[in-house]
Ligand binder design. Structure first.
Ligand code: ZN
Length: 444
């Protein structure tokens, strides 16, 4: 931890928060206290939040009013986490079919922000989030920084997103990044030579924390090992987005010389679960979200999430499509509460082009999220430089041509992008695979 890091966290960050009228700094300090609360006090706190959320959902959200009336449920029937089971499980499909039914009538008063996500299944969903929900989610992330031994102003570098999707940099944003000593590099659209250049750049930048998609960090670590570059400044590596498989974790930790911490969230419910310094599963941020796994502890099941802080579009028992396992036994760190076993979600599948550039699920999700008419997509690599995009959408032929042109711009190594509109069907497991990589032996 650096002196600047501690100063930023204690002074600059709270001041900047106050200027912007935000409460993230306060919530962050509060969360550092709640994690030491006895289990009963934590339970009482979150159930109080749950009761408030259910009352709000019943009063303001058409779907919950209709569903609860139909089931003969009153808000006061749901008082505890166990009572949640009275409510039906909510699927992505239901929200996609009728998004307005999930929007609170008073949502416009809550500094609404919309995002489009595809989850792990390639089915697009537009969801809304209020300022309160965003601040809680960020406070949970910042507490996780503390678990990794990182202060908010410590030098950090993100291997994140693709070059063309990074939002335009304004003067105030540049200043904010500079104050936070925060740098971002593209995780996609990079050739092997560019990853080598990134390795050298990161070594010069001397970050304390390196964050990124598990698949991108894995590739970065392999390049660093091959080049023999070391990173003595690194204290922690944080992975997210793709499942961090045990072999990937080993490679990353050995090559980069710092412990890896896994983080889990999804676009609709941010800040769900985080690995602590004991590396014994991911602690669910229970002050902010209730996680249920539709299976006994130690067994895989559907993950169900209840976001306690999003009053714009309340999601209760939301099945986001990921599979998780509840970790058994207590964590050696002593923090109470539910933990999920790492990895959560699915291993990163990606396509590899002849020029060594590789693109995974997140790349295509961000790309297709720009087209609201796209309902479901799947990208299959059918040849060395040939892709087939299976797509279900409400737009016209012209939009397909637009997507095709833009994909070619983003994927210079691809000779053919063939669009196949129609119904996209899930595989034998009932899940849709977003990326269908080519069988590697098909290329030999
Ligand atoms: Zn722990």
């Amino acid at each position: 931890m650096s002196l600047y890091g501690a100063c930023y966290e204690r002074m600059l960050f709270p001041i900047a928060n106050r200027v912007r009228g935000e409460r993230t700094a306060r919530l962050f300090r509060f969360l550092l206290e709640t994690e030491r609360w006895p289990a009963e006090r934590r339970q009482a706190f979150r159930e109080e939040k749950l009761r408030r959320l259910v009352r709000h959902a019943y009063d303001q959200v058409p779907y919950y009013r209709e569903t609860m009336d139909r089931l003969g449920l009153r808000p006061e029937d749901i008082r505890t986490v166990a009572d949640l089971a009275h409510l039906p499980i909510l699927d992505r499909q239901q929200i996609r079919e009728n998004p307005d039914a999930f929007l609170a009538r008073d949502a416009h008063t809550r500094a609404l922000r919309w995002t489009t996500t595809s989850g792990t299944t390639g089915a697009q969903l537009r969801s809304a989030r209020c300022a309160n929900g965003r601040m809680w989610a960020w406070a949970c992330v910042y507490r996780y920084f503390r678990w990794m031994g990182i202060r908010l102003g410590d030098r950090r570098l993100d291997l994140w997103g693709a070059r063309d999707f990074v939002p335009p940099t304004t003067a105030s944003r540049r200043l904010s990044l500079w104050l936070r000593r925060h740098e971002k590099l593209s995780a996609y659209e990079t050739t092997d030579a560019e990853v080598d250049a990134q390795v050298r750049y990161v070594a010069r930048f001397r970050p304390t924390l390196l964050r990124g998609y598990a698949s991108a960090l894995h590739r970065f670590a392999q390049h660093a090992a091959a080049l023999g570059v070391r990173f003595p400044s690194l204290r922690a590596i944080s992975t997210s987005s793709d499942a961090l498989m045990p072999s990937m974790r080993r490679t990353i930790e050995e090559a980069l010389g710092a412990p890896a911490f896994d983080q889990y969230g999804c676009g609709e419910v941010l800040g769900v679960a985080f690995e602590c310094e004991a590396h014994h599963g991911l602690h669910v941020a229970e002050e902010h979200v209730i996680a249920e796994v539709d299976a006994p502890p130690g067994h895989e099941g559907d993950l169900l999430l209840t976001d306690l802080d999003n009053y714009a579009m309340p999601l209760l028992r939301y099945r986001n499509g990921d599979i998780a396992t509840v970790e058994t036994g207590a964590c050696p760190c002593g923090r109470p509460g539910l933990r999920l076993r790492s990895p959560i979600g699915r291993a990163g599948e990606y396509i590899v082009l002849p020029d060594s550039r590789r693109y995974n699920r997140t790349f295509f999700q961000v790309f297709f999220n720009q087209y609201p008419s796209v309902r479901v997509f799947q990208v299959a690599q059918i040849g060395e430089a040939e892709l087939e995009v299976r797509i279900q959408h409400d737009g016209g032929e012209e939009e397909i041509l637009h997507m095709e042109r833009r994909l070619h711009e983003h994927l210079p190594g691809v000779t053919t992008v063939r669009f196949r509109p129609g119904v996209v069907r899930p595989g034998p497991t009932g899940k849709l695979q977003v990326i269908v990589p080519i069988a590697r032996d098909a290329l030999r």
